[in-house]
Design a protein around this ligand. Structure first.
Ligand SMILES: [Zn+2]
Length: 251
């Protein structure tokens, strides 16, 4: 039973119990059942928006007891910025994982070929990365993931099991689709917030906390990430950590 189902079961049972007590014992129990309902809703919302809570499905967040970390880049490929990131990773001989969007892969096979040729890993980040992805039915989510996986596997000639949910949002439909397709959800333990960071300091302050086993979320579509990737790699190296792919970190 997932955390989601346990929360539902306990909350519904408690609400019925307090409603019963409210009618039989004291009217204050009605207030208590309202509080239980609000708390349950809050827990479910946090489960939806925070992937690290493993609420609907278990995601890889952080590996304990290792001197390795995973650099992950979402939302590409992007001809200009992804190529610059590949150059920097190559200079430092660092391997990373790119969670690519299906329709962007279709438009830019060349960049994907370069990612693969340099020995990096590619994971599934849905076909559309739609703002409404979280409202999709299980079958629509499955369709998005299958279509993207077919492209990735066609290019890498390897089976892909890695999936990163857009915005780190999960729900029962996404959980069902991921399980049905035998994929593994990949979250993060360090969110760089590079999509909103305005300065080097803002970006670096998040990454400076890195320790063994962390998964760092970055975006290969952001110029600020290109500008400060060298510094991020140097921080990792100063801490005697080795940057590897997600598969290498967790397997
Ligand atoms: Zn994304």
């Amino acid at each position: 039973m997932s955390k989601f189902h346990k929360t539902l079961l306990v909350s519904v049972s408690l609400i019925f119990l307090t409603l019963y007590l409210g009618s039989k014992v004291h009217v204050l129990f009605f207030f208590l059942s309202f509080l239980i309902l609000i708390t349950a809703l809050f827990v479910i919302v946090m489960g939806v928006i925070k992937i690290e809570n493993n609420f609907f499905l278990k995601s890889w967040i952080k590996k304990e007891g290792v001197q390795k970390v995973a650099l992950t880049f979402d939302d590409g490929p992007n001809k200009e910025t992804t190529e610059k990131i590949l150059e920097i990773l190559g200079q430092y001989n660092v391997k990373a994982t790119f969670f690519c969007i299906g329709h962007k892969i279709e438009e830019d096979f060349e960049t994907i070929e370069k990612i693969v040729a340099q020995g990096h890993e590619i994971g599934n980040h849905t076909w559309s990365h739609s703002y409404f992805f979280d409202l999709y039915s299980t079958s629509k989510v499955k369709e998005e993931l299958q279509k993207t996986n077919a492209l990735i596997e066609g290019m890498t000639k390897q089976e892909n099991k890695l999936f990163r949910p857009p915005y780190g949002v999960t729900n029962p439909h996404i959980a069902k689709a991921v399980k049905a397709l035998g994929l593994h959800s990949v979250g993060w333990s360090i969110r760089s917030l590079d999509t909103i960071a305005k300065t080097k300091k803002e970006l670096i302050s998040k990454v400076e906390k890195v320790s063994g086993g962390d998964v760092i979320l970055l975006h290969d579509t952001m110029q600020i990430t290109v500008d400060h990737l060298e510094e991020i790699i140097k921080i990792i190296q100063r801490k005697n950590l080795q940057a590897v792919t997600v598969s290498e970190l967790f397997n």
